[in-house]
Design a protein around this ligand. Structure first.
Ligand code: UDX
Length: 433
């Protein structure tokens, strides 16, 4: 099966590499010539565990190639995936669909035979209809079926998620398109991954509903954590206590500084815009967005409170800057709002992150970056764990305490045992304990 992947960003590149690993013949397309040159030379534009090896082995086997030439890639493809960005539109939070529509137009102009066009970008309900209209308008001579196949990959675990998905959702209304999609995902059919065929609009809504529900689950547990702090309960045990109920499930009940990343913040906003457009209010999601936004800066205040309400002239070390571990992605990372709150209070900040420092430096130029965790905490009045990288779980706390000016540890991800941290001499704060 010949597959063209339009857009070689996070979703496009991971999906393209995994499809080629299934044995398909995949061409990844991107307008960014430097990115394509890099990929041809084996250089990944993002940090994702296992991706470089997967790309290299499939490129060497001749199943995966990269180009800026969309026309040649789509001309004889059986399935053409659209995996371009749908950022929040500036000003109103709607998903910006200009790249999706531009891709559809270009595909239409260059299609030589009938094909299935699959939307993998996260798009509001009804976008598939518009993509179909554009394709028909630009190329009335070929038969094109438009399918919605939303992506549920998590950064940092994307390859595993792609190859062993909880489910695959395919929104398509035509038998021929279903046949092509079955062929595309055949290796996963053989592994008995659940594949759900739905209507196209249903698939589009499913993606937003999934992300909004997960964002709600996190926000709910974060508020319960705040209550736990007030009443002297332990959120870790509460999460376990409710998560063991199969109806609730144990995942996404980890309290922390609020969700960030490329998906939850943008997709919850876009869902709200859709709900407004259709006059179908989603008050729960509205609250989730607001509570989560407030929470990030509130975590900065938590640090200020730990330093008796005044951080002017104090040095604070931030360990972990990315929105979660195993990525270099800084989009909507809680560290940004936390750093800003502390800078506003007059603190000086040192940061360290295993993968995110380059991206972080561009966003927070006032934060000086250290070469490792120990260097970051030298002379610090407080140490803040912002992201739960594995490398932070086994730090030598005694050495940290000796290097710091004051033994104040604020663990926003609950990675340390409070008793151990206290035994070493830290004044220890965490979330919901
Ligand atoms: C998410 C979805 O999981 C994925 O299905 C979708 O395709 C894209 O969005 P991702 O953004 O990569 O993936 O990260 P995820 O692991 O879901 O974490 C999102 C945010 O929630 C992070 O900031 C993380 O720290 C936070 N989180 C997650 C919590 O605070 N607590 C939890 O229990 C889980």
């Amino acid at each position: 099966m010949k597959i063209a992947m339009i857009g070689s960003g996070y979703v496009g590149l991971v999906s393209g590499a995994c499809f080629s690993d299934f044995g398909h013949d995949v061409v990844c397309v991107d307008k960014d010539a430097a990115k394509i040159d890099g990929l041809r030379a084996g250089k990944m534009p993002i940090y994702e565990p296992g991706l470089d090896a997967l790309v290299t082995s499939n490129a060497d086997a001749g199943r995966l190639s990269f180009t800026t030439d969309l026309a040649s890639a789509v001309a004889d493809a059986d399935a053409i995936f659209i995996a371009v960005g749908t950022p929040s539109r500036r000003g109103d939070g709607h998903a910006d669909l200009q790249y999706v529509y531009a891709a559809a137009r270009e595909i239409g102009e260059n299609l030589k035979k009938s094909a299935v066009v699959v939307n993998k970008s996260t798009v509001p309900v009804g976008t598939g209809d518009e993509v179909e209209r554009i394709l028909r308008e630009t190329n009335p001579n070929v038969t094109v079926h438009v399918v919605s196949n939303p992506e549920f990959l998590r950064e940092g675990a994307a390859i595993g998620d792609f190859k062993r998905p909880d489910r695959i959702v395919i929104g398509c209304e035509h038998e021929e398109a279903q046949r092509v999609m079955r062929e595309v995902y055949r290796p996963l059919f053989l592994n008995e991954a659940p594949i759900l065929f739905t209507g196209r609009r249903t698939a589009e809504i499913t993606k937003y509903a999934a992300n909004a529900f997960l964002a709600t689950k996190i926000t709910f547990i974060n508020e319960v954590a705040d209550l736990c702090e007030k009443v002297g309960a332990d959120i870790q045990d509460v999460s376990r206590g409710i998560g063991l109920d199969n109806r609730i499930g144990a995942k996404f009940l980890h309290a922390g500084p609020g969700y960030g990343g490329s998906c939850f913040p943008k997709d919850t906003l876009a869902l709200l815009k859709t709900s407004q457009d259709y006059n179908s209010p989603m008050r729960i999601v509205e609250s989730v967005v607001q509570v989560n936004d407030n929470r990030k800066r509130a975590m900065g205040r938590k640090v200020i409170d730990a330093l008796n309400g005044d951080v002017r002239g104090r040095k604070i070390a931030l360990l972990g800057l990315t929105f979660k571990p195993n990525t270099d992605d800084m989009r909507d990372a809680p560290s940004i709002a936390i750093a800003q709150a502390l800078l506003d209070g007059g603190a000086s900040l040192t940061g360290y992150d295993p993968e995110g420092m380059e991206a972080a430096s561009a966003i927070m130029p006032e934060v000086s970056m250290a070469k490792d965790s120990y260097e970051a905490v030298i002379d610090a009045d407080a140490i803040v764990i912002v992201t739960e990288w594995d490398a932070f779980r086994a730090l030598d706390l005694r050495r940290m305490r000796e290097l710091a000016a004051q033994p104040v540890l604020i663990d926003l991800r609950n990675i340390y045992n409070p008793e151990e941290a206290k035994a070493i001499g830290f004044t220890y704060y965490s979330v919901g304990r």
